[in-house]
Design a protein around this ligand. Structure first.
Ligand code: ADP
Length: 562
């Protein structure tokens, strides 16, 4: 998720209800005859212009003649009669009109030609669909053509599939045409993949390119999760039977024990560019420069200019020969923050280049960040929100709801989640199935599912407390990467799920509070999931419950690939 500036979709309309290929509507009005404010005038604009021009010329001619006569007759010029007064007013009025009209038109033409130049640089942006390289695809040139013609052009490779949205100016129609072209090219249909019922304009330039439909995922609700004294109903998008039911059981055990509590230990998204120098000594010089507190203060000012919400906290440096990796850590408000931090890093790199002109920027991301890959740096130092969540589950709840015992749970946790993961060489994987819960909530709430990798880092601890009667359970998750603005969070379904959790959009009173709350809910849900699955394992119920929820009686032989 690198920089993705948001621009409104240039020319896409809301989805068309038609489900079959059809004749196309007339092409939109060209820029030459687009609606203007002047259209509201009672007479056509060219007549108004003519009228004022004539008025101006006639008045000037009249005044000139009058003044020439006055000079000849030695009459003072300032002695004006009514006709001269009217002429002067006419000149002034027509002058004001003509200057306003043509002046504004000239300024507009300068500004719009400048905007066109800027737009020329936008195609690479994820915000704008890439225009086709071919010159005949200036937007939206294909709008007036029949679907059949466009499909044929796509199949023949004459019209690039990626350019359909901008060339047609209707996102739904572009998806429909692309889908049909793919069917003809591949010889395979997409019958089970729905096309209707989705706003393709909402994903243009920010969530998905070249759409042909959307995948349906069921969303189940577990809960309420009682966390920090509040109730949360958890939306989970999954196709794994048992998962929602199991998390629900964990929530019940937590609720009947008085709820769970959480703490956000750290809130810092990271991005680590890598730069190279001619020598390791010079790379070390930059490292020491960055570690100097006064330099850090200056760099923070530069970095924070990237956004109202970005606040640089730290720069962690690592040196490999003459390469320097600088891990910038910053708060990002309610955004997950990858764009924000990347922009801030770019600002700082540009600034540092003045003092270190020999610095060669190899990559804005040098993998020491570390995004979407298992890495010790995230596990140890954290990335996004670092959260710990705990609960004390009463002995009777362990027996009644979880159908096991405290001692059995503690034993299984030690041998499986700690020792078992240790011999497996786990990196952040000291848990039973944190990623199950993280992925389901991530997908439901529009998070980046690929960040499930580090967001699922979790160590689950279980101990007997209160004279061995009750169970203390905790999950420690150092790198939960979530946001409530940006990315997929603004799409209708995902936004509804965020709304259910009470964390939709930006938190106005305290920027960042929604994203932090979402991170604690993720951790609380993982706690519930761990509690339930570990209990099923301790009680030897796992296979039994999966056979019940995962194995339907349906005949699956028809699903085989042919
Ligand atoms: P990300 O950095 O997670 O990829 P984006 O940069 O795409 O997210 O989206 C964040 C956008 O939302 C920014 O333009 C930012 O100015 C805006 N924004 C509005 N309110 C907030 C908030 N409370 N916290 C963070 N960003 C916010």
């Amino acid at each position: 998720m690198e920089t993705r500036r948001r621009f409104p979709p240039p020319s896409c309309t809301s989805p068309s209800p038609a489900s079959t290929l059809r004749s196309l509507p007339a092409a939109p009005r060209s820029s030459g005859d687009r609606i203007q404010a002047s259209d509201a005038l009672p007479i056509p604009i060219r007549h108004t212009n003519l009228l004022f021009s004539l008025l101006f010329v006639c008045s000037i001619v009249f005044l000139m003649r009058r003044w020439r006569d006055k000079v000849r007759e030695s009459i003072p010029l300032h002695a004006v009669d009514l006709s001269e007064l009217v002429s002067i007013i006419s000149v002034v009025a027509s002058l004001i009109y003509l200057i306003s009209f043509f002046g504004i038109a000239i300024v507009q033409s300068i500004v719009s030609s400048h905007e066109d130049e800027v737009d020329d640089f936008l195609p690479d942006s994820k915000m704008t669909p890439s225009p086709a390289p071919s010159s005949d695809l200036a937007m939206p040139v294909l709008a007036g053509r029949e679907d059949e013609d466009i499909i044929a052009a796509v199949v023949a490779g004459k019209t690039p599939s990626y350019a359909l949205e901008s060339a047609i100016g209707d996102c739904h129609r572009a998806a429909e045409i692309r889908r049909e072209a793919i069917r003809r090219i591949s010889g395979r249909g997409l019958d089970g993949l729905p096309l209707e019922g989705f706003d393709y304009g909402s994903i243009l330039g920010q969530c998905c390119e070249m759409p042909v439909g959307y995948v349906q995922l069921p969303v189940g609700i577990a809960g309420p999760l009682i966390l920090d004294g509040r109730e949360h109903y958890l939306p989970m998008a999954t196709t794994e039977g048992c998962l929602v039911a199991s998390t629900n059981r964990g929530c019940k055990a937590i609720a009947e024990s008085g709820g769970a509590a959480s703490v956000v230990l750290r809130d810092a998204m990271t991005r680590a560019p890598v730069v190279r120098f001619l020598t390791a000594a010079r790379a070390a010089e930059l490292k020491f420069f960055l570690e100097e507190p006064t330099n850090f203060d200056n760099l923070s000012v530069i970095f924070n200019r990237s956004s109202r919400f970005a606040r640089l906290q730290d720069i962690q440096c690592a040196l490999v020969g003459r390469n320097l990796y600088m891990r910038f850590c910053c708060t990002t408000g309610d955004a997950m923050g990858m764009n924000m931090v990347s922009k801030g890093v770019q600002n700082v790199l540009d600034y540092i280049q003045n003092d270190f002109p020999d610095m060669d920027v190899i990559s804005l991301s040098g993998n020491f960040c570390s995004d979407k890959k298992p890495s010790a740096v995230n596990w140890i130092l954290g990335r996004g929100k670092s959260v710990v969540c705990e609960a004390v589950i009463k002995e009777e709840v362990v027996k009644k709801v979880l159908k096991t015992s405290v001692s059995a749970l503690v034993e299984v946790n030690t041998i499986k989640n700690l020792a078992g993961s240790a011999i497996a060489g786990a990196l952040g994987g000291f848990n039973a199935h944190a990623s199950n819960i993280v992925s389901a909530i991530f997908i439901a709430t529009g998070q980046d599912p690929a960040q499930n990798v580090e967001s699922s880092h979790c160590i689950t601890m279980m101990e007997a407390v209160n004279d061995g009667k009750d169970l203390h359970i905790s999950v420690t998750m150092p790198s939960i990467e979530v946001g409530t603005v940006g990315g997929g969070t603004q799409l209708a379904s995902q936004s509804a799920c965020l709304d259910l959790l009470g964390v939709k959009g930006a938190c106005m009173e305290s920027p960042g509070a929604n994203a932090r709350l979402l991170a604690t809910i993720v951790a609380g849900s993982v706690l519930a999931g761990e509690l339930s699955l570990m209990s099923a394992l301790a009680a030897g119920q796992l296979v039994k419950s999966h056979m019940k929820y995962n194995r339907s009686c349906k005949d699956t032989s028809k699903a085989a690939s042919n």
